[in-house]
Design a protein around this ligand. Structure first.
Ligand code: ACO
Length: 339
């Protein structure tokens, strides 16, 4: 019987500091910039976002989300043999944030009298807001080919660190957070739970429309280490590729649009999310929306939304989930999952 990678637990974590749109407007007013709750809500659907505290790193948020996902799966950290972490805001240039998460999981497990996942493979995936879909694709492929049995797949971001608070067109859009899933190998004939299909793509001709163009060299930051975005160019590309990749994943799994129980899109902008749902003829009630409370948390947004919908009791065992993302690179992709 073929192997499938099944989601057995989900977890999410948001930093404590929450900023409403009114609070963002007050922050920007101190810099002589004007924005309003009405503008942000109408253009994006965002009402609030969370920002990490000074010194709080992507790995710290990832640790909390991972511990919740492991608890939900009924698993201990030492049972994990693969960690794939998607981030564009890593703790440091190297080593990977996945290995830092591994150490923190080990320390947390030791404190609780257990063992951590030392020896498990650990790697970061960098595909900006499509990062979680890419990470899930990598972990799914390793599980289906016998290279791993139990994976932790995480999206964790501290985008507040790379926001330009002198650019009102971008800084109001993003937030910090982490989401995680435990993926486990299961054998069945295809009718059971698991990742049924994935579909990932990139077009490097569009690196410039959404980027943090700075780098580190000779002990100095070279170039601009803050986020830049041509919002309208991103919007136009996003609506096209999201429909394409959703249809591709459905076709690979031999499923139809009407089979989808929940659309769990990258949470960037409510207008992009609803536009995709309409193109796929999915009722808007079947779209999981957390962008209003989280803002755009990049690679964390899909697993955070998934965890929210699972814990709210919306997602039930056996249901078909269509996860999809789009982001800097330009990257995009989707995953069809039987929960
Ligand atoms: N508050 C008030 N006014 C603003 C703000 C703000 N925060 N930002 C821009 N404006 C003004 C502009 O200056 C402009 O004023 P003008 O007409 O006097 O020049 C006006 O609002 C309209 O600006 P637009 O840029 O045309 O606004 P638009 O309707 O395109 O909305 C937005 C901008 C929300 C960014 C939209 O383009 C969008 O959502 N794009 C997609 C972004 C996205 O999804 N990014 C994430 C991708 S995932 C990843 O990888 C990170």
């Amino acid at each position: 019987m073929p192997l499938y990678a099944r989601i057995t637990g989900t977890g999410g974590h948001l930093p404590a500091r929450r900023l409403t749109n009114d609070e963002m407007a007050a922050l920007l007013a101190q810099r002589g910039l004007q924005t309003s709750d009405a503008w942000i809500v109408e253009r994006t659907g965002i009402r609030a976002r969370h920002f990490a505290a000074d010194g709080e790193m992507a790995s710290d948020l990832a640790l909390q989300a991972s511990l919740k996902a492991l608890a939900a799966a009924g698993r201990q950290p030492h049972e994990v043999d693969l960690i794939v972490l998607a981030t564009s805001t890593p703790d440091m240039v190297f080593p990977s944030t996945a290995t830092i998460l591994q150490r923190k999981l080990h320390e947390a497990a030791l404190a609780a009298g257990g063992q951590g996942p030392i020896g498990a493979a650990a790697l970061d995936v960098q595909a900006v807001c499509t990062g979680f879909i890419y990470a899930l694709t990598v972990a799914d492929a390793l599980i289906r080919t016998g290279g791993a049995r139990r994976a932790l797949v995480v999206g964790a971001e501290v985008f507040s660190r790379i926001l330009n608070f002198d650019d009102r067109t971008t800084c109001v859009l993003f937030g910090d957070g982490a989401g995680a899933v435990v993926l486990e190998a299961v054998e069945h004939d295809g009718a059971g739970p698991g990742v049924l299909a994935t579909d990932i793509h990139a077009d490097g001709r569009h690196t410039g429309i959404l980027c943090v163009p700075g780098t580190v060299a000779g002990g100095q930051v070279l170039g601009e280490p803050l986020l830049r975005m041509d919002g309208q160019a991103v919007f136009k590309l996003a609506v096209g590729v999201l429909e394409e990749t959703a249809r591709a994943a459905l076709a690979k799994a031999g499923k139809a649009e009407a089979d989808v129980d929940w659309l769990i899109p990258h949470q960037a902008n409510i207008r992009i999310m609803y536009s995709t749902a309409r193109k796929l003829k999915l009722p808007l009630e079947r779209v999981v929306v957390t962008v209003d409370q989280h803002g755009n948390t990049s690679a964390a947004s899909i697993p955070l939304a998934l965890d929210h919908a699972v814990r709210a009791g919306w997602i039930q065992p056996g249901q078909l989930l269509l996860l999809e993302g789009v982001g800097g690179g330009f990257t995009w992709g989707s995953a069809l999952v039987r929960y």
